[in-house]
Design a protein around this ligand. Structure first.
Ligand code: AMP
Ligand code: MG
Length: 472
């Protein structure tokens, strides 16, 4: 494993040197073989394992400083309170990936907190990031999970754990906000140059490279949020410190994947006002970009910044339309809006499962509507929608091929909250089999995995209203 330390070269205004502090009796319980191979990381190498888990000093490992808008309010100094960036590694194509340990112990940015993560939240992040990867959504990834005999206190004593995750970068919107808010304009410029050189070098020959980079960030963010909406993913804590400058989904806490359709759904029980409710995510993405662009107020006029932001909405809308049309098997988006509007009314009223409905639709044949009718109370509303749907979908294409195509974009498996809950309970008692079985189907959620059919089903009654919160 060849560790690089490019970020560390930026200097002490950008981070504090920190080492991973191992947990008591920590154990490597899972590592991601495919990802490890891609990154040239050999887990059978004792020295590599020791480096990754904090038993060996890593020169230049560090915790980053950043700020962030949290639930609408600005916190001028946050930083990695429990995270350590070990360094960067190159994949086979020469692309850099950060290696970051979460739950690594206290850092200068921990404030009053313990710097640790519990097994529950670590498993939740592992599963969610790999599920998103399986769905083809830009995301950080899980490389390895360690559990321990280390007690970590939340609402109750829990098992301490660490996650090693990878990301194209850990630079967040909040990094730029930090330097701007503290009037550290030289460092802000240094960060901008670094980001441009390291991640947006293809834009360096543009007449205005920084502007081109920002437009790219706006569009990446728009596409990320469009993808979330298309699979029913709710992030739960869309603070600007949880938004990557590269448009990767990052920091999985009290997230959720929609089960019964409800576009007003609030997955995070600590989000009392529903700021990050499902239907608000597109607007919050824009709000966050606005915060990011404010940090560029010395670079551009207000009008220029507004022009940059204007790239958001059309990009999000067109990408979302494309994704939803593919989910429905339509050849174009002409009828999409009224069709979705009418469909969502039915789904909401009937409380149909978002994932199961679309997968079902990708198996449905025009002359067998009863298969769907048996699932609903208001048969007329469903029948009306189906008539409308088939009149648009049936446009002379080979419908079997359309169905097959639909199954490549409508997953059979999604990370249901009760499944994560079961995997966590088992892992807490030392049994990682449910976690592994779940991981397997989430990694390729469009495949049938007939032996794991049970994992594609709706939650039983006990699992329908489990609460998740910011506690992690
Ligand atoms: P999050 O909501 O998990 O993205 O965290 C927001 C901020 O709180 C980040 O700066 C984290 O590093 C910090 N933080 C969260 N949990 C802990 C913890 N247990 N110990 C120290 N810092 C934490
Ligand atoms: Mg965070």
């Amino acid at each position: 494993m060849q560790l690089h330390h490019h970020f560390a070269e930026l200097g002490y205004e950008f981070f504090a040197h920190t080492q991973v502090q191992p947990l008591q009796e920590q154990r490597l319980v899972e590592f991601n073989k495919d990802l490890a191979q891609e990154l040239g990381i050999d887990f059978s190498d004792e020295f590599v394992q020791r480096q990754l888990s904090g038993q060996e000093t890593v020169d230049d490992s560090l915790s980053m400083v950043y700020a962030g808008h949290q639930f609408g309010g600005f916190t001028p100094r946050l930083g990695d309170g429990r995270g350590v960036l070990l360094g960067e590694v190159k994949d086979r194509q020469g692309v850099l990936h950060d290696l970051h340990v979460k739950g690594a112990g206290q850092t200068p940015f921990s404030r009053q907190a313990d710097g640790r993560a519990v097994l529950r939240s670590t498993i939740r992040e592992y599963l969610a990031s790999e599920a998103m990867y399986g769905l083809g959504i830009p995301t950080t990834r899980a490389l390895a999970l360690y559990d321990s005999q280390h007690a970590v206190y939340r609402e109750r004593p829990e098992i301490g754990a660490m996650l090693i995750r990878t990301a194209k970068t850990h630079i967040r919107f909040g990094h730029f906000e930090y330097f701007f808010a503290h009037k550290k304009y030289d460092e802000l410029q240094q960060l901008i140059d670094y980001t441009l050189d390291t991640y947006f070098s293809h834009l360096k020959d543009e007449s205005e490279p920084v502007k081109a980079m920002l437009i790219d960030v706006v569009q990446r963010t728009a596409r990320m949020v469009a993808k979330w909406q298309s699979v029913g993913f709710q992030h739960g804590v869309m603070n600007t410190d949880n938004f990557s400058i590269l448009g990767e989904t990052i920091d999985y806490g009290p997230y959720g994947f929609m089960e019964d359709f409800n576009d007003r759904w609030i997955c995070n029980h600590s989000d009392y006002e529903g700021r990050y409710a499902f239907h608000r995510q597109p607007g919050i993405g824009l709000w966050n970009l606005n915060c990011l662009l404010f940090a560029f107020s010395k670079h551009f006029t207000r009008e220029e910044l507004i022009e940059i932001l204007k790239h958001y909405e059309p990009c999000l809308q067109s990408h979302y339309d494309e994704l939803m049309a593919a989910k429905l098997g339509l050849s174009d988006v002409a009828q999409l809006e009224p069709m979705l509007e009418q469909l969502f009314v039915v789904l909401r009223k009937e409380q149909l499962d978002f994932t199961i409905f679309f997968r079902f639709l990708s198996r449905l044949e025009a002359d067998k509507p009863e298969l769907l009718m048996d699932e609903v109370v208001d048969r007329k509303a469903m029948a009306d929608w189906l008539d409308y749907y088939w009149s648009v979908r049936n446009d002379g294409r080979d419908q079997q091929a359309v169905s097959e195509q639909m199954r490549r974009v409508n997953p059979k498996f999604v990370l249901r909250n009760y499944l994560a809950h079961q995997a966590i309970e088992a892992a807490e008692s030392g049994d990682y089999l449910p976690f592994r079985e779940l991981l397997k189907v989430l990694n390729s959620p469009f495949d049938e995995h007939l032996e794991s059919d049970a994992l594609a089903k709706r939650a039983p009654d006990w699992g329908r209203h489990l609460e998740v919160s910011c506690s992690s």
